[in-house]
Structures are given as C-alpha cells and as structure tokens.
Design a protein around this ligand. Structure first.
Ligand code: ATP
Ligand code: MG
Length: 427
C-alpha cells in the first residue's frame, strides 16, 4: 500500500532536532519571565472575521494565505495565521486590557498557505509578545532591549535591527493620499495586483515582490514628511533611548509591516545568512487594534519571532549545544531472570536521585550488544547488574566517557551516594 505523506509545507520536527527547539524555547521563556511577561495559551482556530477585521481584508494573509473552512454548524473559521488577533480577542473577552498593564507572550503553530521554500512553511511556529496599556516609547525600547539580549544569550551573531515609524493614524492617512498620487502617476508600470490594491491599501505596494512594482516603489515618497509632532517625538525619543542602551539600528524609512494595524514604531530583526527569508523577528506598535476589535482604546506593542528561522540560524552559526545523554545506562545481562531486579533497582535509583537520567536496557540482549547500545545513547556511565552482581548485592560502574577513570565494583546501596557526588561535579 502507498504510504501517506505529510502535507506540503507542514513538517515533522524529528527527535534529532527537537533539543535545539527545546533549548531555544527554554531560553526565550526564562528571559521573558525575567522581564515580567506572563504566558497566555490561545486556540489555534478563530472566527475568520477576527483576522479579516484585525489584519485587514486587503492583505496577503487574508486574501490568499488563510486556511479557512466552514464548521459543521456553518461558522466560518480559520487556522490562525498569527497570534496578535487572538491575543487581543482573549484580552478583551476576559477583561484583561482595560485600565491595566499586561505583558503577555504565547507560542505555537501558525498556518499560512504560502509557497513553501527554505524558511517559509505552511505550518510554522512563532513566539509572540504583546504589551498592553503603555503608550511608549519606553516600553518600545525595552522590548527591543529584550530581543537584543535574547540574541546575545542564544549566541547569535550578525542580526541587524531595522526600524521605522508609521506615525499616528492621521499622519498615515496623509501619507496614504500622497502614495496613491505617486503610484497613480506610475500606473503603467504596476502589476494587476498592485493596481487592484492601490486605492484600498497603497502601503502594501511598498513591499511588493513584483519586480516592476518594486522598482516603482523604490522611488516612492517616504512617510517622514507627513509625520506630525507627536509621531516625531515618539520616534526621536525611542531612537535616543536605543542609543543610550547601545542598541544599534538602521532607520529604514521604507520599512512597512505586512499588517494593517500598525502605528508608530515598526521594526524587524534581519540576518543575511538565511537567504531571502532573513527576517527572524518582526513587530510594532498597534494602538488602534484593541478598539478596532471592540475593546476600549488601549495602546499596545508586540512582536513575533519565527522559530524555524531562529533554529536554522542557530544550526548554521554552530551555536547549538549537543543534547545531554543519560547519566546511566543500566546494563542487565543474564536473561529474563534479572528483569524484576533490574526494574526494581532502576526505580530505586530514581527514588534516590530525582534528577537522574537513567535508561534501562529493556528487551534483553547479550552483554556486548547492551554495552553497544549504552554507548550509542551517549550515556556517561554503564551500570552493570548481572546474575553475579545480583547474587553478591553489588553493581559494576563503568565510565563510558572519561577515558582515565577506571571501572569499579561497589555495593548496590553505595551507588546513589557515589552518583550524587559525581553528578554534582557535572557543569
Ligand atoms: P515575510 O515578509 O517573511 O513573509 P511576514 O511579514 O509575513 O514575513 P510576520 O507576519 O511579521 O511575517 O511574522 C513574524 C515572523 O514569523 C517573521 O519575521 C518570520 O520569522 C516568521 N514567519 C512568517 N511567516 C512564516 C512562514 N510562512 N514560515 C516560517 N516563518 C514565518
Ligand atoms: Mg508573509
């Protein structure tokens, strides 16, 4: 029979790679906790309307990337393409946002029907961070300081920060008109999709991937001239705070984010080492979104990092630590008669040493075969418990990694204390 395969763009993460993911996720979580963030867990499916209302109808995500389906009772639902909309929805629904500060984060799979390629998948994973109730720019700077610290903690190099401001909705509206006028004057060079979006969402044309439209976009006016005093103050203060923190950035006046809801600060952390899919983290301020989704006006800022891209970068830059092997592989030669004693002894060791990583040889096998298995697990020690040892109340402790330390035989009851001492010496 023909085997069934996984869906294009939706990948298994195999055990060999999972430790890199776990290490990454652990470090992110610890640092988030250190900055006072709380985790929130959100559903992977929401009403389609939530995404249409927040991300915007005339965006790549809503127009062509969402997995949308009708539920059995006729509701129109979508797999979440990103996490901000659901987080805001939950915040409003549970009264977490009004008149209070929330620092929230979440992680999980997101779904977008894109053309799969390196660094671009149909199911991918993000860690998202959202801060509600603070107008900034202090918290904007702190969020960027968090990310800079995270890259450092992970050992990642060569990530650069690009930053821009989209200003207040009023300055954005002025810019919008100017952009429409500019693109109108280059109508003949625009592709059909650009023409269709021109009046609805002209900012989208700025990061068009179509070569002709992109060429026109390169000459487009920037938003800088339309910024009002409030927008300028927000941006200048943020940049001064970044300077004071020693966080390097490039002001890229052409940086606009793919979603409709951004105001003021937008930013991306980019690497040149992953080809075209070089943005590992992106975000910005979205002061209007909570109100747009039915809550009371609440300032907010957030970001999302793409975990697949961070994992790829960690591996490419060689900063991945090998997974820890077991402390002990328990070798139990001598046939079925030792099974009961071996199980009991393994559980006894686990009682005595709660953090012990112990793999019990199940399924029998010769001494030689078991020792081979022990070695393959990367275990630090083999502990041998055969019929002779059982009869004498002893075990044999055989170091598998330290070539200078010799093998020794000791009483079974002395093993926990010895292991405690040796494991304490582990870095
Ligand atoms: P891009 O310009 O690469 O399409 P985007 O603007 O659509 O990115 P966001 O919606 O801002 O991306 O998502 C935040 C981060 O999530 C991205 O910077 C990236 O690291 C990651 N990401 C987005 N889409 C994908 C995908 N299809 N596969 C893998 N990672 C992704
Ligand atoms: Mg995209």
């Amino acid at each position: 029979m023909k085997a069934i395969q996984s869906i294009r763009g939706m990948h298994d993460i195999l055990p060999d790679a999972v430790h890199v993911w776990q290490d990454l996720e652990d470090r992110i979580r610890h640092l988030l906790e250190a900055y006072g963030y709380q985790e929130i867990r959100l559903p992977a499916v929401e009403f389609t309307e939530l995404f249409a209302r927040s991300i915007g109808d005339v965006t790549d995500i809503v127009e062509k990337e969402m997995y949308t389906f009708e539920d059995r009772n006729g509701d129109l639902l979508s797999l979440r393409p990103e996490g901000t909309a659901g987080c805001v929805r939950a915040g409003i629904e549970h009264g977490l946002l009004h008149n209070q500060v929330q620092r929230l984060w979440y992680k999980g799979p997101m779904f977008r029907h894109e053309r799969p390629q390196k660094g671009r998948y149909r199911q991918f994973h993000q860690v998202g961070i959202e801060v509600f109730g603070i107008p900034g720019p202090d918290v904007d700077a702190e969020l960027l300081a968090f990310t800079a610290r995270l890259w450092k903690a992970l050992g990642l190099r060569n990530l650069r920060l690009e930053i821009n401001t989209l200003g207040t909705p009023a300055s954005r509206a002025r810019y919008r008109d100017r952009l429409i006028a500019y693109f109108e004057s280059h109508r003949d060079s625009l592709d059909p999709e650009a023409l269709r979006r021109l009046h609805e969402n002209p900012l989208r044309l700025l990061d068009s991937k179509h070569p002709d439209t992109a060429a026109v976009a390169r000459g487009a006016p920037t938003l800088l001239d339309d910024l009002d005093a409030e927008s300028r103050t927000h941006f200048d203060t943020l940049l001064a705070q970044l300077d004071a923190l020693g966080i390097a950035y490039t002001h890229n006046p052409r940086l606009v984010r793919g979603l409709d809801y951004y105001t003021h600060t937008v930013f991306e952390w980019i690497t040149d080492e992953l080809g075209a899919q070089g943005t590992v983290c992106a975000g910005g301020r979205y002061d209007g979104l909570v109100e747009q989704l039915g809550g009371r006006a609440t300032p907010a800022i957030g970001l999302a990092m793409g975990l697949e891209r961070l994992v790829a970068l960690l591996i490419d830059q060689g900063v991945v630590k090998p997974p820890p092997g077991p402390d002990i592989y328990l070798v139990v030669p001598g046939g079925a008669g030792t099974g009961r004693e071996a199980l009991a002894f393994a559980e006894h060791l686990r009682n005595e040493l709660p953090t012990l990583r112990l793999v019990l040889n199940c399924g029998g096998g010769s001494m030689k075969a078991q020792m081979k298995k022990a070695d393959r697990t990367g275990a630090r020690y083999a502990v041998i418990l055969g019929p002779d040892e059982i009869a004498a109340g002893t075990v044999v402790l055989k170091p598998l990694r330290d070539s200078d330390a010799g093998q020794l035989t000791l009483a079974q009851q002395d093993l926990p204390a010895l292991m405690r001492a040796r494991l304490d010496r582990q870095p």
